[in-house]
Write a protein that binds this ligand. Structure first.
Ligand code: UP5
Ligand code: MG
Length: 190
């Protein structure tokens, strides 16, 4: 992947902060390929893979699936795709995810886009999404928030300390958030 000249941007933020929504806009305007780690894991469940039941149980509990499983899916998706610019949405979710990805792929992100949003707003969005996701119920949502605070925020702080995090106020209307996203991407050559 590194030899392919692959460039990666991590898109991070709490559950319901708008990662998927904004990635669709970035794909349209900046020519990236969107890889949602959560979507890849859900596709793996549907495919009936040997890991499917384990993944399904972890998602229902809001827990983080072992790195090797997620990284394999991400690597495969990047290798199969002709593009070289990828948005990796919802990964890395903990320190171990981050270190393992770097170790395995030797890729460091160009930067990390962080969608900052209050829990109150994220909860409202998730409860009204209605796409039949197993984890969009109040019990699992609370667990997802806890895991985000305890395990995922430290990853954002790690990149922030390296001056690699670009933080966007995600608690605004979709179009306004995208205006800030465009600014974050403006220094990245198309
Ligand atoms: N919406 C979006 N933006 C809005 C705005 N500005 N104003 C008003 N409404 C807005 O948006 C959520 C909802 O809000 C939508 O209805 C949207 O229209 C509306 P969305 O763009 O879907 O938000 P997103 O941040 O993508 O929310 P998502 O629920 O996908 O985030 P999660 O991080 O919780 O979910 P993910 O799919 O990444 O992971 C799910 C689970 O998979 C994890 O909990 C974990 O168990 C597992 N997982 C791993 O184990 N490892 C991984 O690496 C990744 C996932
Ligand atoms: Mg999403």
């Amino acid at each position: 992947l590194k030899e392919k000249g692959v460039k990666v941007i991590f898109v991070l933020g709490g559950p319901g902060s708008g990662k998927g929504t904004q990635c669709a806009n970035i794909v349209r305007d900046f020519g990236f390929t969107h890889l949602s780690a959560g979507d890849l894991l859900r596709a793996e469940i549907k495919s009936g893979s040997a890991n499917g039941t384990m993944i399904q149980n972890m998602i229902k509990e809001g827990k983080i699936v072992p790195s090797e499983v997620t990284i394999k899916l991400l690597e495969k998706a990047m290798l199969e795709n002709g593009n070289y610019k990828f948005l990796i949405d919802g990964f890395p979710r903990n320190e171990e995810n981050r270190a393992a990805f770097e170790e395995v792929t030797r890729i460091e992100p160009e930067f990390v886009l962080f969608f900052d949003c209050s829990e109150e707003e994220m909860e409202r969005r998730l409860l009204s999404r209605n796409q039949g996701r197993d984890d969009d119920n109040i019990e699992t949502i609370r667990k997802r928030f806890k895991v985000f605070l305890e395990s995922s925020l430290p990853v954002i702080e790690y990149y922030n300390a390296k001056n690699k995090a670009r933080t966007v106020d995600a608690a605004r209307p979709i179009n306004e958030v995208f205006e800030s996203v465009k600014i974050a991407f403006s220094s990245f050559d198309k």
